[in-house]
Write a protein that binds this ligand. Structure first.
Ligand code: URA
Length: 263
């Protein structure tokens, strides 16, 4: 036989943990389909102890249910749900992030295909523009929005006045807001009244409140990066599906020290 894959029966072997044997598949098959690497390479990863299923290090020959099991590689949870989809939208100003609006404004859901039941990952203010993710993968939403996971978000804030080094220093040190001190941010002045801010918390109106607190209210706010994700081609109102590679890179950017979510 020329096929270099190990011969394996399609019928799943009985397993003793109560999961449905009909929906389990070999781990290397599940992870290769998710785009992690070829089956051969995934087999090596399993043998090296880099793959876990529901928090338990896997061994070669293990099976998993891609729809219900939480599978991680090097500590990053891999999206294996067969129907998982994640869109990246460039949200225009005036569009709200909740599913419906009593005032009849457009929502982010009006911009993406309606045939998948996706939800926005976190929130942007109605007037904030820029990148937002929408997904039907609850584990991904949990990972990206959990405060302890610390995914970086980059914003361009067009502010009133010209921030002096002291104001930038305050933003970098942490700003005292009514709900407490913010974590240190990366802050730089790009000129023309534009401050680039990178934060990893997700408090309400955080960037606007931080800038206001240091004496420079925001006139226009644009999110330009989520973790490793940037897209300079996507025009306001345009969306695209994330590639498997982007999803993997995004998941790897999530702080590994955080507790793994339960699917
Ligand atoms: N910070 C804000 O103030 N508003 C947003 O929409 C996002 C971050």
């Amino acid at each position: 036989m020329l096929n270099d894959e190990p011969v394996e029966s399609d019928a799943a072997a009985p397993i003793a943990d109560g999961s449905d044997p009909q929906s389990t598949e070999r781990l290397q098959k599940v992870l290769a389909r998710a785009g992690v690497a070829s089956r051969r390479v995934v087999e090596d990863m399993i043998a090296e102890g880099r793959v876990s299923v529901n928090g338990v290090v896997a061994t070669l020959g293990d099976k998993a249910d891609p729809a219900t099991d939480q599978i991680s590689v090097d500590g990053a949870v891999i999206s294996t749900k067969p129907d998982a989809v994640t869109y990246l939208l460039n949200k225009p100003a005036g569009v709200i992030t909740t599913a419906s609006d009593p005032h009849g404004r457009q929502t982010v859901l009006d911009f993406v295909p309606a045939n998948r039941r996706v939800f926005p990952v976190g929130r942007l203010d109605a007037e904030t523009e820029g990148l937002i993710l929408l997904t039907n993968d609850g584990a991904m939403t949990h990972q990206l929005t959990h405060p302890s996971h610390g995914v970086e978000k980059e914003y361009l804030a067009h502010v009133r006045g010209t921030p002096k080094p002291g104001a930038l220093r305050l933003l970098r040190q942490g700003v005292e807001l009514e709900d407490g001190l913010t974590a240190p941010a990366q802050a730089s002045y790009l000129g023309g009244g534009v401050v680039k801010l990178v934060i990893h918390e997700g408090r309400n109106h955080q960037v606007r409140r931080m800038c206001e607190a240091v004496g420079h209210p925001v006139k226009r706010l644009i999110r330009t990066r989520i973790g490793p994700l940037v897209d300079h081609q996507l025009q306001p109102g345009e969306w695209r599906e994330l590639t498997t590679k982007e999803i993997l890179t995004l998941q790897k950017s999530v702080n590994r020290s955080a507790p793994a979510p339960k699917r």
